[in-house]
Design a protein around this ligand. Structure first.
Ligand SMILES: Nc1ncnc2c1ncn2[C@@H]1O[C@H](COP(=O)(O)OP(=O)(O)OP(=O)(O)O)[C@@H](O)[C@H]1O
Length: 798
């Protein structure tokens, strides 16, 4: 509705029966969307990977749109039957019937045979419509298509189960995650850093809006927390959901927190490292392991992932050989040797197990040999064996002198017993207990809350005590209990002596951290480019999809246009070809970008927040230089089909100008994917917004519609589409002659007798095609710069 209502009114569609016609057009648009969705569902029931499914769905849509007789008047006989399967065919009939049926246009000054075109019913007859067919028939056909496509998709998904997930090569399935962990560098002496939080309070607030439109809001996230996390031990922060565990962890790791628009955070209290406020050096010794492991590139092996991480994270002055040997050390230390040559894997390719992935994330952070390791939910989503394995790994890391701080929501009993220290938080970020783990149960008992039985999981017991029970009748008591515990701890925390648990801390070695957080471009660029390319090369569907999708679109268009003729409809056919061959390409770029970019961006964003950071410029440059060869090759091949095989006018100059503008359009689509993927994680939004935006740009570009308001004409130069369409059209029309008989001319079939007349019709006076190709390339580059700016803005937001 948001799309159709403004389009209906702005494009001045029929007003004499406004309510009825507008309702019909909106209903038709909804059904059309639904049919398109069912095509997408059908495509993804056959191909379960995004690159193939989107390519297939795109091909079906193009096929069905072309066969509808809308943009191409002469559909080849062997493809004409396809119109009965085309939602566009039915939809076109609904819209054209509402606009032309029983309507007479004023047509001032028009005389003779042309007058026939002023009668709407004649226009419909000219389009080969049967006037007597009620609209309900076309609607029923659209609904029928939806039912058929949903049924087909359902049947295919029921009977065809390709497994969805492929197993990565490198190892048998049974041994995943079960190998024992070796510890490699546990005897290394390193900086021991005790971490201490002193009376830390943290508040989120948003100021109100003028005129009372929104009142100010405040939320206390942490309330006067005091605790010590000693070196050489595993300390866990426990508490119910929303108690502030992750927030505290992020503060300890010096992560930038995003408060959202119009809001900010404020902190009081101190976070101390060995008793001093954190200096840059010390901050660099803190590594943060996020809960999310999905940022690893799926088609790299564990060893490759660690090697690239070592090159990016270790100081530039360290030799490459030494960096690689550090990656091997960490590989052994984290017990990943057995799966060193297995692909990491992702949603569509089973690689290493969940536990191994967690250990890989730990390993990546351990590359710099940090003194403090901060880990968010290390065991969530893992089965008991693997969770224990990961905890053992963290214990070993702690025993080598590092400070390990983890958050846990509700640990199992065995996991609970592997913690040395515990900080228990209640809702509102209040501490309820902080100290040795084994004292926690006794402390609660002293408060009148003994463990119900020796078989009871102490973690469950502690968590129950600090949670407010939301059930009716239970809330009052449980709230009172939690408030009592908070008050008691506040009043007595000074007496809780944790200092005696600490071993003597001293700074004995420097961690392997680079001087600057940012890896210089000369080191980062080749590594990031090579890593992206290798990852893409191993994902054959995405790799070939990127290369083939454009030329494949060319083959489809060739099937419809066959060889261009010089008969009476030659002008319309060329207009249609120009429109289709240019407007399809940004989608090809968009789909290629969506298949690859989000994964690369996720890793970039992760690394940006750590010691592996490299600039947005490095990343966008590496990404662009990785995709440009594909785009060029695909554009050159596409041009063979469109410019040569279909029978357009050609020469070396025309061929290259055509290919260059196709590249610009392809690049536009990829840049749009970059812009959207910088802000949204759900790329579906990008596809739907972009398709609307692109169809508007196609309408503004001056080939589909002659009467475009001046402002929109100017806006249309903002994308390469306008320059590309104009350049291709000029090259095709110059010197072209059509064969039109006298009757073809009088009955209006022959819109133009030669190319020159077509160019005059469109008012294309400046015929400098090289200049137009240059404009297309320049605008494409501007769009990539916009992509870079979008990502830079996102990174600045945190
Ligand atoms: N950017 C933010 N804007 C507003 N409120 C926030 C923001 N970040 C966190 N909070 C609030 O702070 C409180 C603590 O959140 P936090 O994620 O730290 O809790 P948690 O204990 O880690 O929860 P969980 O176990 O569910 O992850 C929550 O009420 C949350 O809504």
């Amino acid at each position: 509705m948001i799309h159709t209502l403004p389009v209906y009114l702005l494009s001045n569609m029929r007003r004499d029966r406004l309510a009825a016609d507008m309702f019909t057009v909106v209903a038709n648009c909804i059904l059309m969307q639904w049919t398109t969705q069912s095509i997408a569902l059908f495509a993804s029931s056959i191909f379960r990977g995004f690159p193939q499914a989107s390519m297939f769905a795109n091909a079906i849509s193009l096929f069905l749109t072309m066969s509808a007789g809308f943009s191409l008047t002469h559909v080849p006989v062997w493809l004409r039957w396809l119109r009965w399967l085309s939602p566009t065919f039915y939809s076109f009939r609904v819209v054209a019937t509402t606009q032309f049926k029983d309507r007479t246009f004023s047509c001032e000054g028009v005389t003779g045979v042309q007058l026939t075109q002023c009668d709407g019913n004649n226009v419909l007859r000219g389009l080969d419509f049967t006037l007597g067919t009620p609209l309900i028939v076309w609607f029923a056909a659209e609904i029928g298509m939806i039912v058929v496509l949903y049924t087909l998709a359902g049947l295919i998904m029921h009977f065809y189960k390709p497994g969805g997930v492929k197993h990565a090569p490198g190892r048998g399935v049974d041994s995943r995650g079960k190998e024992s962990m070796l510890t490699g560098d546990m005897d290394i002496v390193r900086a021991r850093i005790d971490v201490e939080v002193r009376n830390v309070s943290f508040k989120w607030s948003r100021s109100g809006l003028p005129f009372g439109l929104a009142s100010p809001v405040e939320k206390q996230i942490l309330s006067g927390i005091t605790s010590v996390f000693p070196a050489g031990q595993v300390s866990a922060i426990m508490g119910p959901s929303g108690a502030g565990k992750s927030t505290l962890l992020q503060l300890l790791a010096h992560r930038k927190l995003n408060a959202g628009p119009g809001a900010h955070f404020s902190m009081t209290g101190e976070i101390l490292f060995n008793g001093k406020a954190a200096s840059d050096d010390v901050q660099n010794s803190v590594a943060f392991v996020e809960q999310e492991d999905e940022y690893h590139l799926s088609a790299l092996t564990v060893r490759e992932t660690l090697r690239y991480a070592a090159i990016l994270r270790l100081p530039p002055k360290m030799s490459r050989k030494r960096k690689i040997s550090r990656a091997e050390e960490v590989l052994i230390m984290l017990g990943l040797k057995d799966c060193a040559n297995v692909y990491v894997g992702g949603p569509l390719m089973k690689g290493i197990s969940g536990g191994e992935k967690r250990r890989l994330s730990l390993a990546v952070q351990m590359i710099n040999d940090p003194s403090v390791l901060v880990v968010d939910e290390p065991t969530s989503g893992l089965d008991s064996f693997i969770a224990n394995n990961v905890m053992q790994c963290l214990k070993d890391i702690a025993r080598s002198g590092r400070t390990v701080i983890v958050t846990v929501h509700q640990p199992r009993s065995d996991i609970f017993h592997s913690f040395d220290n515990l900080l228990i938080l209640a809702k509102g970020g209040h501490a309820v207990f902080s100290g040795r783990r084994e004292r926690a149960v006794a402390f609660m008992e002293s408060q009148g809350y003994p463990l119900p039985s020796i078989w009871f999981n102490p973690a469950d017991h502690l968590l129950d005590l600090v949670s407010v029970d939301q059930r009716p009748g239970k809330m009052g008591d449980s709230r009172q209990r939690v408030e009592g515990l908070v008050e008691f701890w506040d009043a007595h925390r000074e007496k809780q002596d944790m200092a005696n648990e600490r071993e003597k801390s001293e700074l004995v070695s420097q961690p392997l951290v680079p001087e600057s957080r940012f890896t210089p471009m000369y080191i980062a660029f080749p590594v990031v480019w090579e890593r992206m390319f290798r990852n893409l090369w191993r994902q054959k569907e995405a790799f070939w999809g990127r290369l083939i999708q454009g030329p494949f679109t060319g083959v489809l268009l060739l099937a419809f246009y066959e060889r261009l003729t010089f008969g009476p409809t030659a002008g319309q056919d060329r207009i249609g070809l120009n429109l289709q061959s240019t407007s399809a390409i940004p989608f090809v770029g968009l789909i290629s970008g969506i298949a690859v970019f989000p994964q690369d961006r996720q890793l970039f964003m992760h690394e940006y927040r750590t010691s592996a950071a490299y600039s947005t410029t490095t990343f966008i440059l590496a990404y662009s230089l990785m995709e440009i060869p594909f785009q060029f090759l695909a554009s050159l091949l596409y041009t063979v089909f469109m410019n040569i095989a279909v029978g357009m006018q050609t020469s070396p100059r025309i061929y290259f100008e055509y290919a260059v503008t196709i590249w610009a359009l392809h690049s536009l689509g990829e840049s749009i994917a970059v812009i959207f993927a910088s802000f949204f994680d759900a790329m579906g939004i990008a596809v739907s917004l972009v398709s609307t935006a692109l169809s508007m740009i196609v309408q503004m570009s001056g080939i589909l519609s002659l009467a475009v308001p001046f402002v929109l004409q100017v806006i249309a130069w903002g994308t390469p589409l306008k320059a590309a369409q104009r350049m291709q059209f000029i090259n095709e029309c110059q010197g072209l002659q059509f064969h039109c008989s006298a009757s073809d001319i009088t009955n209006g079939i022959c819109t133009a007798q030669n190319g020159e007349q077509l160019l005059q019709l469109y008012g294309f006076i400046d015929r400098n095609t090289a200049k137009l190709a240059g404009i297309a390339v320049a605008t494409a580059i501007c769009w990539r710069v916009l992509g870079w700016l979008a990502l830079t803005a996102r990174m600045a937001r945190g």
